[in-house]
Design a protein around this ligand. Structure first.
Ligand SMILES: C[S@@+](CC[C@H](N)C(=O)[O-])C[C@H]1O[C@@H](n2cnc3c(N)ncnc32)[C@H](O)[C@@H]1O
Length: 464
């Protein structure tokens, strides 16, 4: 069957589906995107609009020549029908100030409003951009721009580009300490208007990362050991490896580690493995039983202890646990487990495994309304804030969600919602490299396999 989206084979289609990749060169980045988002068989005009820094432009010219594509700049007066727009903003700021960023955002929106009409229906815009850390401030510009662009185009997906040796090279002078960039993808379709709202999205101006956590890379690739029989029963368990990594960074031996949504008690197990105490709550009796068994099987030392109780996390009180040094946790990813056909669900069903956490109406995974879900979740973390020691940290493993072709940026939304009580630290990714890719959307649109999880870390703000 002929592939109407980009006339490439399914073999070529698959590698592009992974939601993170190692950056090789700008040229390779441009080539893979042009090849994926354009039909080059002559059935559509081969025109692309590109904006980037002079070095990027040179690379883009070369790739367009090679693929027989006509390149247009953002200032061109008469642009023909466009198959694809690529904005490479990674090197476009020479000062990490909010004012400079706002100017850049104005320019980007201006370009898109001018050329929106020319973009062919159901064709894509890709933006390469990044968050910055500069002079003790964390500036999530990429998140802010993504929110703004989503007001005028359909936000479809994102990919994370990672620099293998850590630091993101800068063609200017600025020492940015980030090792990833975002590729944010948008589509022109029946949901989009081409008019963008510039109102503040609340991401700008966060505090500095703490001095003791300066990883040389802001991602961790894990190939966790195989899960045991009882662990597989839980539909969304995270590996102890990721919990251990963070617990060791943000707490000391003897500290009290807490997880309000313990599932199979991976956080508490990682706490015991690293000489910390493990505390927590969990709503489901079924998972708690599995978790307690795992904890009691672990030969813990005399100096550490654990306690996980069955309780709705929204009802935790001061009497339940001693003061908390560090929270490591992962919520239900909204009601995704209740969605038929969600990633992995069909395969689990075939094996007779549990598909969702429970049918309990207190289970946050059963809240159908997105806004309500985010609010309830926020309230749980706000409640924990009271029981955390001064300056204690909280790490939440979460991802941006795709549901019925729409995108819900749960990671960005949570980061913003928690701001009144917590400082946000620079983003960190847990990258999955042990799962099989599926050719979602083959032949008609692009849908990634989400293999990157955000590890959002916050520091408790003092009481005002
Ligand atoms: C992503 S899973 C956590 C998995 C866990 N980290 C592990 O490794 O096993 C989310 C958990 O939140 C629990 N949960 C949902 N609503 C809850 C609530 N209101 N209070 C406490 N736990 C809840 C679910 O039962 C589920 O086990």
């Amino acid at each position: 069957m002929r592939n109407r989206f980009n006339n490439i084979t399914s073999k070529e289609w698959l590698p592009f589906q992974k939601s993170w990749f190692f950056h090789q060169s700008d040229e390779a980045l441009y080539r893979s995107n042009l090849r994926f988002f354009m039909r080059l068989d002559g059935s559509l005009p081969k025109h692309v609009l590109y904006w980037g820094d002079p070095e990027g432009l040179k690379q883009m010219r070369r790739v367009c020549r090679e693929l027989g594509i006509t390149l247009h700049g953002p200032k061109a007066r008469h642009v023909p029908a466009l198959q694809f727009i690529f904005l490479d903003l990674r090197q476009m700021l020479d000062t990490a100030s909010v004012t400079a960023y706002r100017r850049l955002k104005d320019e980007v929106v201006g370009i898109l409003e001018r050329h929106y009409a020319q973009l062919i229906d159901r064709r894509f815009l890709a933006v390469a951009h990044r968050n910055l850390i500069s002079r003790g401030r964390y500036l999530p510009f990429a998140w802010d721009l993504s929110q703004t662009l989503a007001t005028g185009l359909s936000r479809k997906d994102e990919k994370i580009g990672c620099y293998p040796d850590g630091r993101l090279p800068s063609r200017g002078r600025m020492p940015f300490v980030v090792s990833n960039y975002y590729l944010s993808y948008f589509r022109k379709d029946e949901e989009s208007t081409g008019r963008f709202r510039m109102d503040a999205t609340g991401y700008l101006g966060h505090e500095a990362p703490p001095a003791h956590f300066k990883p040389d890379k802001n991602y961790l690739i894990l190939r966790p050991k195989r899960r045991g029989q009882d662990e597989i029963l839980h539909p969304a368990k995270f590996p102890e490896e990721i919990a251990r990594y963070f617990i060791e960074k943000f707490s000391l031996p003897g500290d009290n580690i807490f997880d309000p949504m313990s599932g199979t008690c991976s956080t508490q197990l990682a706490a015991l493995q690293t000489g910390r105490n493990g505390y927590g709550t969990e709503l489901s009796d079924f998972f708690l039983k599995i978790g307690r068994k795992r904890l009691s099987d672990f030969p813990k030392g005399d100096n550490v202890t654990y306690r996980v109780i069955r309780k709705d996390a929204r009802k935790i009180t001061k009497r339940d646990f001693p003061p908390i040094d560090y929270v490591f946790t992962s919520p239900p990813y909204w009601d995704m487990l209740n969605m038929k056909g969600a990633e992995n669900q069909a395969a689990r069903k075939a094996r007779g495994l549990q598909l969702n956490y429970s049918d309990d109406r207190n289970d946050l995974g059963n809240i159908a309304d997105y806004e309500t879900f985010v609010r309830e979740l926020r309230d749980i973390y706000f409640r924990l804030w009271r029981y955390m020691k001064p300056g204690a940290h909280l790490t939440i493993i979460v991802k941006n969600i795709k549901k019925k072709g729409k995108r819900y940026p749960l990671a960005f939304d949570l980061a913003r919602q928690l701001a009144p009580r917590f400082y946000l630290l620079p983003e960190f990714f847990w990258l999955q490299d042990d799962q099989r890719l599926a050719p979602y959307g083959y032949g008609y649109t692009w849908v990634s396999n989400t293999f990157h999880q955000y590890c959002l870390t916050f520091r408790k703000r003092p009481d005002e």
